[in-house]
Design a protein around this ligand. Structure first.
Ligand code: DGY
Length: 321
């Protein structure tokens, strides 16, 4: 069968597909395909399956361009880049890569949190710029995390793993809000369920966001909500950029209405909101929370296995629709 892969990914998944006898075409472009390039690539051959990335817009046009492809295997746990309703209507299977990246994303989230509260990135910039002229009692003072409250918005797999590391490793207290209350999670980590997003924002010293991007979570953290946070609090986001109103965040950071933020994702990637890079009280990484050699390799294999199973008539393990 013919499989199209929209960008170079770790070879292990490609090998799995080829070993099963599939003909695999990987995009030769060193970068994200534009919409036009994607549609033209998809219509080049009668592909039976597509391995897509979170940077590809998979909608009616893409489905039309590859009419034989009855599976789109997304190389990500998030699948907000795919029109799920349309896929469902057309009987197209969509899969994702959950689980294997949970710990990696959680570790990156903790790294972001430590980086902003211990002023790691700022200290690095300062030192490289030759500004360090000797130890000083008041130089770049940060914030301790032990006994502080971590507020988790979205206590799914990643949120829970962050909770584990933060409470067991750093001695933080936990509170959370999720559409589903999870009593097991509460008793395991002493996490306090808050009745709303607002109440988490009001009490937490660090807020970390782990919700999927849905219509209901777009701008979940808007100006009004940012202003509910303590002036001493930090905001961390390794989920999806549009969950936070990034321009509002820039305003709040500029006015020091919160202490800082650490972001791996942005509202309009790869662009950053105007003024964001100039804020000293923010740490930014380029959507690399799942980017370890181990995890990206496993994501490649999982996406490939979803395609293999589907093409062999089985239900892929990570079927979304
Ligand atoms: C995902 O899998 O959704 C991540 O954002 C990829 O890094």
């Amino acid at each position: 069968m013919k499989v199209y892969v929209t960008r170079k990914i770790p070879e292990s998944g490609i090998k799995l597909l080829k070993d099963r006898g599939h003909e695999v075409q990987v995009s030769e472009k060193d970068g994200v395909l534009t919409e036009e390039e994607l549609l033209s690539a998809l219509s080049e051959k009668p592909y039976d399956a597509v391995l897509s990335l979170l940077t590809d817009k998979i909608d009616t046009k893409a489905f039309d361009a590859a009419p034989n492809a009855k599976i789109f295997a997304n190389y990500a746990v998030g699948y907000n880049n795919i029109d799920i309703e349309e896929a469902n209507k057309r009987g197209i299977t969509v899969t994702n890569t959950p689980g294997i990246l949970t710990n990696t994303v959680a570790e990156h989230t903790i790294a972001l949190m430590l980086s902003i509260t211990s002023r790691i990135a700022e200290g690095d910039r300062f030192t490289r710029a030759g500004k360090y002229d000797g130890w000083a009692p008041l130089l770049l003072l940060g914030t301790d995390l032990k006994d502080k409250t971590l507020g988790i918005l979205g206590a799914g797999r990643i949120g829970q793993r962050v909770a584990h590391i933060a409470s067991r490793g750093l001695g933080m207290k936990l509170c959370y809000y999720d559409v589903k209350q999870n009593r097991e999670f509460e008793s395991e980590y002493g996490a306090k369920f808050e009745v709303s997003v607002d109440s988490v924002l009001k009490v937490a010293d660090v807020v970390t966001v782990h919700v999927p991007l849905l219509d209901s979570t777009k701008h979940l953290i808007n100006k009004e909500r940012l202003e509910m946070m303590k002036e001493s609090a930090y905001l961390i986001n390794s989920s999806r950029g549009p969950v936070i109103d990034e321009s509002a965040l820039v305003e709040v950071l500029r006015e020091n209405k919160i202490k800082g933020a650490a972001l791996d994702v942005f509202e309009d990637e790869p662009k950053l909101a105007e003024g964001l890079p100039e804020c000293e009280n923010v740490v930014i990484t380029p959507h690399i929370a799942s980017a370890t050699e181990e995890t990206r390799g496993k994501m490649s294999e999982m996406a490939a296995q979803n395609i293999i199973d589907f093409l062999e008539g089985k239900t892929p393990e990570n079927k979304v629709v």
